[in-house]
Design a protein around this ligand. Structure first.
Ligand SMILES: Nc1nc2c(c(=O)[nH]1)N[C@H]1C(S)=C(S)[C@@H](COP(=O)(O)O)O[C@H]1N2
Ligand SMILES: [Mo]
Length: 322
């Protein structure tokens, strides 16, 4: 397949050259061959003409939407990554201090294989995939992003979780030398998130190492970040250093910070308003021109992935378990 590189920003402009080259090698080892062999993904090169969300379709598995994609230039400069500041432009400006190579991930808890692993080794023999997902932030803006990576379940199963593994906990890097925002008590650092094990094993749950055919920019969560397209964006924890299989529901940063506003499940639900704003619609960031917001569109239950994921929540009161 051919992944077209957006012409407006060169990867070498957003990442210092040596870091970029090292990451390119990592990506090459992990992803180049399988991605080159991947068939049937021409849509990545040609977003639907007009790009109107209502004219667009998803593949039946939800793996790819034909909705107009957010430009790389916007997806990599309008970010939430509080470890680098709370302004939308702060992460792109400050995340150059993050060192995503080399990187290791520590795995613990209810699993047969625990320990600290070099990310390079964990990715070496994995097939890469591209997923084109909607991303809906709880702040009511949204993007469409082509991710590169692997299903979360595929990645997690290599650690042989036991039957006691009912949840998975993820933790972000906690290094003030690399993350200037950690000096400010905005959240109870490190950032942490979690999923129920069946959510984590769902085919739509994804671990990204790249986007738009290139390694993840630091500000988007290099070198490894979670993507859970049917949940609000804050579940998509960035720059993961620790994964733990647990018996109990793990604490999550935003829930600890404002339990009335942010729940553990955080499934996108237009019918349940945030205490301070409606979730019924969203501002889509897509297309070109000077306007970064393409317009307001209705928000869909489970962010448009209800067909795939609603069975995970059968019998649950989605208003109570927000
Ligand atoms: N470690 C960490 N992960 C994080 C955040 C953060 O502040 N720190 N912000 C979250 C929020 S609120 C959103 S909407 C997405 C934004 O991802 P993007 O900047 O790549 O679009 O990252 C999520 N992951
Ligand atoms: Mo968000």
């Amino acid at each position: 397949m051919l992944i077209r590189r957006p012409a407006d920003v060169l990867p070498s402009e957003i990442t210092p050259e040596p870091v970029y080259r090292a990451r390119r090698q990592l990506m090459g080892a992990a992803l180049a061959t399988p991605l080159l062999g991947l068939a049937g993904c021409a849509e990545a090169d040609t977003p639907a003409a007009g790009g109107a969300a209502d004219a667009a379709t998803d593949t039946p598995d939800g793996f790819r939407t034909s909705e107009e994609q957010t430009r790389f230039a916007n997806a990599s400069t309008y970010n939430n990554f509080y470890e680098f500041g709370t302004g939308k432009a702060d992460p792109a400006e400050n995340a150059h201090t993050l060192q995503p190579v080399p990187w290791s991930v520590t795995v613990g808890g209810a699993a047969g294989k625990r320990g600290t692993f070099a990310l390079e080794d964990l990715l070496k023999d994995r097939a890469g995939e591209e997923r084109i997902y909607r991303m809906r932030c709880v702040e009511a803006w949204s993007m469409v992003i082509p991710w590169l990576g692997m299903p979360l379940g595929t990645f997690l199963r290599q650690f042989e979780p036991t039957s006691n593994a009912r949840y998975v906990r993820f933790v972000t890097l906690d290094d003030p030398r690399q993350m200037p925002g950690l000096r400010y008590p905005v959240l109870d650092w490190p950032y942490e998130e979690g999923l129920r094990i069946d959510e984590a094993m769902h085919p739509l749950a994804f671990l990204a190492v790249g986007m738009y055919g290139r390694p993840l920019p630091n500000q988007n969560g290099a070198p490894l970040r979670l993507v859970v397209p049917w949940k609000y964006g804050f579940k998509g924890i960035k720059s993961i250093v620790r994964i733990e299989f647990t018996e109990d529901m793990p604490p999550t940063s935003w829930n600890k910070s404002a339990p009335r506003e942010y729940g553990f499940f955080a499934n996108v639900n237009p019918a349940v308003a945030h205490p301070r704003w409606s979730q019924a619609s969203e501002r889509r960031i897509a297309g070109g021109g000077n306007r970064i917001f393409a317009g307001r569109i209705p928000t869909r239950p489970f962010n448009g992935y209800a067909e795939q994921v609603a069975p995970l929540y059968a019998g649950m009161d989605l208003r109570k378990w927000f």
